[in-house]
Structures are given as structure tokens and as C-alpha cells.
Design a protein around this ligand. Structure first.
Ligand SMILES: [Mg+2]
Length: 227
């Protein structure tokens, strides 16, 4: 399946190229401190559970991004007004935008693929945040385009967002590979759109092997297939 037939490689951002846990914790910590709210491991754990379930609802098309931005804070801090949550959200996104923490192997992999393939970042994150983080990471210049669910008006695994990438890169689906850490959003979505897929799973166990898509534990493994 994998090989040099590709012309376009799409990458998911969080959990694939970006170390989201580190970025989130750093941004939340600064936000809570600025707004005089309690910061502890427990607060972050609660926030993460709430945020995860809201993003799941977003991927199912059951909540809009503007509601998600508010509810992840009103649910973490009961008693917080929606107006306060909106302020918190603004501060948080400003901090998050500055975080360019990368996953090990991401920079070498992207630099090595640049110039040989068209590269698109395909992310369910927020437009300004993801662009800011990509710039902060130093990888911005290597990408041909950034597509966010916010701008696309639909989220992975909706195949329309993958088709948007194909259309921007002017390639057909079988000439393209999607690399991501989420089996539903990234892998199933890409396969539905007719693209090939590569599951980045650092905790991968051999017994889960499948013919349907490629599995890698380290991003640099991609270079064995693509260069
Ligand atoms: Mg991801």
C-alpha cells in the first residue's frame, strides 16, 4: 500500500505533530493563574474529560465550536457565567496559540518530506490557534495549506474536509496519504474519502495489525516508505 505513488501527504496536528497535552497544560495553567482560578492536576483532569466529550460531540455534528469554547469552562468551573467563560476562553486561546511543542521526530519528518510531496495540515482545531501553533513550531513554511474544521465548516471524519485537501492540492484520492493518531477522525475519515491512511500510534501492539492502513510507532518510520 504505502509508497512513492503519493503526491500529497496530509497530517493531523494534535497528537500527531504537536504535543497537545503539553501545550494544553501550559496554556491552562497560565490562564487559570491570570484569572485567579484554582490550578491543580485535578482541575486539568476534569477539564480534559469535559473537553474530550465536547469534541466527541463536535465530531458527531452535535455541538458548534462557539458553544464548545464556552461550555468547556462553565462545566469545569460551576458558577462561572457564560461571559466569564468567554473571557477565559479568549485568554486560553491566546496562550495556546503561542505553544509550538512538537512530538519527537515531527520536525525531521516534515523537513525531509518538504519539496518531495505536497503537505497539508488537516486539523479539527480552531483556525487562529492552529496557525499560531504551526508558526511557533517553526514548521509553517513547510506546509502548502492548513485546513481547519472551523474554516471548512465540517470536521474530520466528514469526508468533505478530506476532499477539500485533495482539491486544494489538485490530486486524486489514491495519490494521497493521511497521517493521524485518531482512528475515527483521521483514519476512517480518510479511507471513506478514498485516501490511504497511516495511523500514528506510539503505543502500537503488533497483534492489532491490519491490512487496511499502515501503522507507525514513530513518525520517522514514514521516511522509510516515502523517500
Ligand atoms: Mg490528533
Amino acid at each position: 500500500m504505502p509508497g512513492k505513488k503519493y503526491r500529497l501527504i496530509c497530517f493531523d496536528a494534535d497528537g500527531t505533530l504537536f504535543d497537545y497535552n503539553r501545550a494544553e497544560e501550559w496554556a491552562l495553567k497560565n490562564t487559570f493563574l491570570e484569572h485567579n482560578l484554582a490550578f491543580s492536576g485535578k482541575t486539568i483532569e476534569t477539564y480534559r474529560k469535559i473537553n474530550k466529550s465536547l469534541w466527541d460531540r463536535l465530531e458527531q455534528g452535535n455541538i458548534k465550536i462557539e458553544r464548545l469554547k464556552i461550555e468547556r469552562f462553565t462545566k469545569t468551573f460551576p458558577g462561572l457565567s457564560e461571559k466569564e467563560a468567554l473571557e477565559l476562553s479568549k485568554t486560553y486561546l491566546e496562550h495556546l496559540k503561542k505553544t509550538g511543542f512538537l512530538i519527537s521526530g515531527a520536525e525531521e519528518t516534515i523537513r525531509a518530506l518538504h519539496g518531495k510531496y505536497k503537505l497539508i495540515l488537516l486539523t479539527n482545531g480552531l483556525a487562529k490557534t492552529q496557525e499560531g501553533r504551526l508558526r511557533a513550531s517553526g514548521l509553517y513554511a513547510y506546509f502548502d495549506a492548513v485546513i481547519t474544521s472551523e474554516e471548512a465548516g465540517c470536521a474530520k471524519p466528514d469526508e468533505r474536509i478530506f476532499r477539500m485537501a485533495l482539491s486544494i492540492a489538485k490530486v486524486i484520492s489514491r495519490e494521497s496519504l493521511m497521517v493521524g493518531d485518531n482512528l475515527t477522525a483521521d483514519i476512517k475519515g480518510a479511507l471513506m474519502a478514498g485516501m490511504d491512511a497511516c495511523w500514528y500510534n506510539p503505543l502500537y501492539e503488533e497483534k492489532n495489525k491490519t491490512e487496511e492502513y499502515l501503522i507507525i510507532k514513530n513518525l520517522k518510520e514514514l521516511l522509510n516508505f516515502l523517500l
